[in-house]
Design a protein around this ligand. Sequence first.
Ligand SMILES: [Ca+2]
Length: 466
Amino acid sequence: MPKAPDQCKAMKFSPCFGMRFGGSQLDINVAIHPELAVLPSPSGSVPVGNPYMCNNECDASTPELAHPPELMFDFEGRHPSTFWQSATWKDYPKPLQVNITLSWSKTIELTDNIVITFESGRPDQMILEKSLDYGRTWQPYQYYATDCLDAFHMDPKSVKDLSQHTVLEIICTEEYSTGYMTNSKIIHFEIKDRFAFFAGPWLRNMASLYGQLDTTKKLRDFFTVTDLRIRLLRPAVGEVFVDELHLARYFYAISDIKVHGRCKCNLHATVCVYDNSKLTCECEHNTTGPDCGKCKKNYQGRPWSPGSYLPIPKGTANTCIPSISSIGNCECFGHSNRCSYIDLLNTVICVSCKHNTRGQHCELCRLGYFRNASAQLDDENVCIANVCDNELLHCQNGGTCHNNVRCLCPAAYTGILCEKLRCEEAGSCGSDSGQGASLQGPRALLLLLPPLLLTALLATASPLGF
Ligand SMILES: [Ca+2]
């Protein structure tokens, strides 16, 4: 089960160009249309270099003599190369055209040149196409021709003619056609040359490229595919006119197609694995979907966004945060209605706690404030400043100050400052001959009477009492 190389894990949000596709049949689905590899023996075909090139002895129905599409993706490095070969032009009505479609069933970001190695001559006309929607629609990626003007009514161009501003232009190139470099068997789609417009000729300034990819969706999309299609439109003829009498000379043969890329996971995964033979991002940061393209259920606390290359080199994860409503732990006891997700702790905390509270759930008192033991956690007065001190003697009705935090009240009194009768709080004052009631009368009266009257009263009372 292929995985991204280890360095990708270390470079969590930095691009990790490493995964290679095209190395095995698991990587890719290949479709050839039409099935031109079903060969009767192409009598009269001319061997070109490779001694296994079909010459009176190819037969698609015999494994030893067949040249099926898989041979474009097998391990190379042997001599001679293994290859897929089409039927010849003689065996197929004009024009001899073949589509080779590569499908990953997954969005892929290309990271290096696409390289196609021909065992036949390179085709006179070919279009490389791409799809971003699993093969529903196709766009040209690059045109290849011996004569661009004649074949596609396009002026020939090389990637080197492009610039940062024109890098997305679709060009027709004559660089890889028969006759240009007769010894070469290779066709490129130049990813690295295009990267170099941003990262410099030796790709040393990749930060600049990542910055551009981060901010320019069109540029990101340009290097992204779900499928590739190689449309072989006209085989190598090598001459101006087709030799109608020897059409068996003309065919396509490809020994290797290399596509380097990595899964597109929107920088929310460092690993892409095969799950039931299908490439799948191992999504992190509370994301999900084939490309980690959305937030997981219950993690929609803010809109999804892709991870970012910026700031270089660490990037930004842009983690999906829990939905406040769904997690149920934005519980602030009524002292705040706002929570925030702390990435580092993977937890939700209340922000802007009011009423002198603090803490994850506003369940603690701010410095200099004390828990009001007689109030519930959701009471606005749950945290109070110094209740009493020795100078001001705030405690009433004979209460005494304890550690500045609370008044120790006489049995009949309660409240922060012992200001309430206990029976009052219980609603039982007057219903029994409570101690509180009998005490309250004279004391209240004494407080209300003006001092002079009080003196008189006491003076009068004295003789009466004795
Ligand atoms: Ca091969």
